[in-house]
Design a protein around this ligand. Sequence first.
Ligand code: HPA
Ligand SMILES: [Zn+2]
Length: 338
Amino acid sequence: MDTTDALVALSKAMPKTELHLHIEGTFEPEQMFAIAQRNQVDLKYHSVDALKAAYQFTNLQDFLDLYYQGMSVLLHEVDFYDLTMAYLHKMHSENVVHVEIFFDPQGHLSRGVAFAEQVNGIHRALQDAKQQWGMTFKLIMSFLRHLSEESAFETLELAKPFLPLIDGVGLDSSEVGHPPEKFLRVFAACKQLGLKVTAHAGEEGPPEYVWQAIEQIGVDRIDHGNRALEDDKLIEEIKKRNLTLTVCPLSNLKLCVVTDMTEHPIKKMLSLGLQATVNSDDPAYFGGYMNDNYASLIRQTNINKEELLKLAKNGITGSWMDEETKTHHLNQLEQLFA
Ligand code: HPA
Ligand SMILES: [Zn+2]
């Protein structure tokens, strides 16, 4: 086996975390059609192949248009359960030991699907995975940034009876034109409630949006963060605050955030001392789950064994799991890489 193949094998075997994953982005076309049929909902595309052929994106908005269409077949608690369970089965088979997943309540509330149907279905699957395999989890409710702050506040009100099931809040959807500062007050309210806070920033939006996420929102983590590399002071600030970046290589490629995987900046992030992690974002749409993201990086950016170990460790230290569990997984990693 040459070194690259050996590293890919190691990346498959190592215990992994997923810190940036939209559950609605795990909707595989086959399952989408099955649930559409079960719910008697019409999809715009008439076959799995026709739908897959549409997965050609030139930017984030191209993808989002399809993503919202796809999720429109989710109506009942069992749909959210089945979607989440299918994803968790895959992650278990890939040695993922801990997941922190986003869901987009407003993407479902707008279609008349109650908050309870969504959160109960997703959470029940997460609990079942924990019971069956010991896979730990956090659940993050994400606000849609193309909607108003008022709508985010309404969503927070609806979420209040379910806060014991929710660990954090995020900010996603169309980035440019919707800076973090638009949601200042609602994030402050979330923090008051004891929720962790993260935000997509610097995927397509400028470094200024990453500054706002850090200084105005006070995020615990940054989702993507690619464009932070354009600003040296910002890089220093992220390091000073020890903030983890949840980087998504195949997503970056599919949404043209990078033009080619050989140009992906994750190696540079590591060399600058940034806490980069590897994540899959919307794997059903972007052509790969956790192991595919690692394999793609290993094969095309020449990351070495030391860098691979650092990425895996960052995924553990940057997660919101308890300290004891972190230590356990870090020890496992050290042993595997020794
Ligand atoms: O990658 C993403 N960026 C912004 N919003 C999203 N919603 C799902 N995936 C994404
Ligand atoms: Zn995302």
